[in-house]
Design a protein around this ligand. Structure first.
Ligand code: PBG
Length: 309
């Protein structure tokens, strides 16, 4: 009866698996702050994608980790058709085709030597409009490599509209945008920085949102929808369930939430210590996103949970 009257339930198709693929490695490299998560080789990434498809996972979001020696001030590896993310997109598209939505992170932090999500001006500040030009170029390269959907995650003003116009002009009308709409400057991104080998010093407070504010999230929502976002996202998840609920009530496009690296690490670390029941904790966090109104969830547990479901 408890099952029958449940108001919300999870479905594999609404889960999205974020994955890391690293250039120049022959074996997967474990991410120590995210037990169970690895930086994939091109080969193991293909296996992970096929496994996600078999489990019924709806989408896979690729993050590329170039060699340190390939990082530079403008993130050239992000627009090089031979850059690791582009190569991996072609691999995954060839492996699983259209059986899963193939997405790619559209941001510069993985490919810049300073680790910021954009290019810097002479004063060392992120240059919003110069960054948009880099995003436009990256978007077309990722679309050509086979991405179905791009995830602009840099929180630059105007990024959705700019990328949309660039894609349309290049004939990529069918490539859609999963906009990181309300992305907060969060301590919970800590483990991700290890996962992508980020060299960031300082913080992202000039372009990501302040945890104290929800109004600006709603402003971002109306802007992103007007600029052509196909899906909007709230990120992180658990500390921002109220923002997720606001989005669920007000958005005219589907709403996603990203259960980020630090949220994953908290549960895994506590479970390793025997401090909580891992499987129950995972399902409870995911169910809380559904209750708050999420239509889809990015989670590093996507394949495991989909298989269990
Ligand atoms: C930016 C990006 C970040 C994450 C996804 N895309 C890091 C950041 O903004 O600092 C974090 C994801 C996670 O922590 O799991 N490219």
């Amino acid at each position: 009866m408890r099952r029958m009257v449940a108001e919300h339930r999870l479905h594999p198709a609404e889960l999205i698996l974020p994955v890391f693929v690293r250039d120049g490695i022959s074996e997967p490299v474990p991410v120590s702050s995210m037990p169970g998560v690895v930086q994939h080789t091109r080969e193991t990434l293909k296996k992970a994608a096929a496994e996600a498809v078999r489990a019924g996972v709806g989408g896979i979001m690729l993050f590329g980790v170039p060699k340190d020696s390939d990082k530079d001030a403008v993130g050239t590896a992000g627009t090089d058709p031979q850059g690791i993310l582009q190569v991996a997109l072609r691999d995954v598209r060839a492996e699983v085709g259209d059986d899963i939505v193939i997405m790619s992170d559209l941001c510069l932090d993985e490919t810049t030597d300073h680790g910021h999500c954009g290019v810097l001006d002479a004063q060392g500040r992120v240059d919003n409009d110069a960054t948009l030009e880099r995003y436009a170029e990256m978007a077309c390269v990722q679309a050509e490599a086979g991405a179905h959907m791009l995830g602009p995650s840099g929180m630059m003003d105007g990024q959705v509209g700019h990328v949309r116009r660039a894609l349309d002009a290049a004939g990529h009308q069918d490539v859609s945008l999963f906009a990181y709409t309300a992305k907060y400057a969060s301590a919970f991104y800590g483990p991700f920085r290890e996962a992508v080998g980020s060299s960031l010093k300082g913080d992202r407070n000039t372009y990501q949102q302040n945890a104290a504010n929800s109004r600006e999230a709603l402003r971002e929502l109306s802007l992103d929808v007007a600029e052509g976002a196909d899906v909007v996202m709230v990120k992180p998840g658990l500390p921002y369930l109220d923002v997720l609920r606001d989005f669920a009530e007000q958005s005219t496009v589907p709403v996603g939430v990203y259960q980020i690296s630090g949220e994953y690490a908290m549960v895994e670390a506590a479970a390793q210590n025997g401090w909580l029941d891992r499987d129950r904790a995972i399902m409870e966090t995911l169910t809380s996103f559904k209750r708050a109104g999420a239509n889809m969830i990015l989670t590093y547990w996507a394949t495991e949970v989909a298989a269990r479901l």
